[in-house]
Structure formats: structure tokens, C-alpha cells
Design a protein around this ligand. Structure first.
Ligand code: FES
Length: 132
């Protein structure tokens, strides 16, 4: 690697680290990724994906859980399940959920993201880290 490229990478990484600190990403206790692959739209309709994403964003903000509240949320491209969605995954617990409508997301927020207990009825996987 040449010196100029090395300097460029070092500056980029420093800027990224500042952004992580500023946004509080490093302090997140959980991260929920929701399929928002509206181009593919196989696990749910585009409207369902949009409705779920808008709800998740609004609700985490209302509850003051987003960012510095310790819960991060991200739109995801296709999560390769492509049926029974919208699909979501909660990390680091590695709990995969199906049928993530606003009502189900509310249960996930209350029981899992806040309470730490996965919502059994909508779980798709029971990895050891997700078992109660
Ligand atoms: S389109 Fe949502 S998981 Fe594939």
C-alpha cells in the first residue's frame, strides 16, 4: 500500500470513528435490522415494508430508545428468507423474526428490545443466544 493511500484510509477511518462516537453507535445494546428490500419485496409487500419501517423508526424515537437510548435500527436489503415477512433480526441475540407488522414490532420493542425476552410467537430461529 502506498503512503498516500494509507493516509487517505487513516483519515477516513478517523472520520468514521468520530461519527460512531458522535452517534453513540458503540454504546448500542441491541440493533434491529428490518428487511426493506422494496425492489425485491418477496417477504412482504412494499407497502408492508414501508409501514413497518415507519412504525419502527417513529416508535423507537417516541420511546427515546433510538441512538443514545441504546437501540439501533437499520433498513436492510433482502435477508434471504423472502417469505413470511417483513423479516427482522435482533442483534447481538441473533433472533430472527417474521411477520413484523407494527403490532408485532411493538411486542418486539417492549418484550425483547426493552425487556430482553424474545417474542416466541414470531421467532423464526432459536439460536442458543436467543433462548430464554
Ligand atoms: S425480500 Fe425480505 S427477506 Fe428477502
Amino acid at each position: 500500500m502506498n503512503a498516500k493511500r494509507h493516509d487517505h484510509e487513516a483519515k477516513d477511518l478517523a472520520a468514521a470513528r468520530r461519527k460512531v462516537r458522535k452517534e453513540g453507535f458503540g454504546s448500542a445494546s441491541r440493533h434491529i435490522l428490518l428487511c426493506y428490500d422494496r425492489g425485491t419485496a418477496k417477504c412482504a409487500s412494499r407497502n408492508q415494508m414501508r409501514e413497518s419501517w415507519q412504525f419502527l423508526k417513529k416508535r423507537l424515537k417516541e420511546l427515546k430508545l433510538d441512538k443514545r437510548g441504546g437501540i439501533f435500527r437499520s433498513k436492510s436489503y433482502c435477508l434471504d428468507i423472502c417469505v413470511g415477512g417483513p423479516i427482522a433480526v435482533v442483534m447481538p441475540d441473533n433472533c430472527w423474526y417474521g411477520h413484523c407488522t407494527p403490532d408485532v414490532l411493538e411486542a418486539i420493542i417492549q418484550d425483547h428490545l426493552i425487556g430482553g425476552e424474545p417474542v416466541e410467537k414470531y421467532l423464526l430461529s432459536r439460536k442458543p443466544s436467543c433462548e430464554q
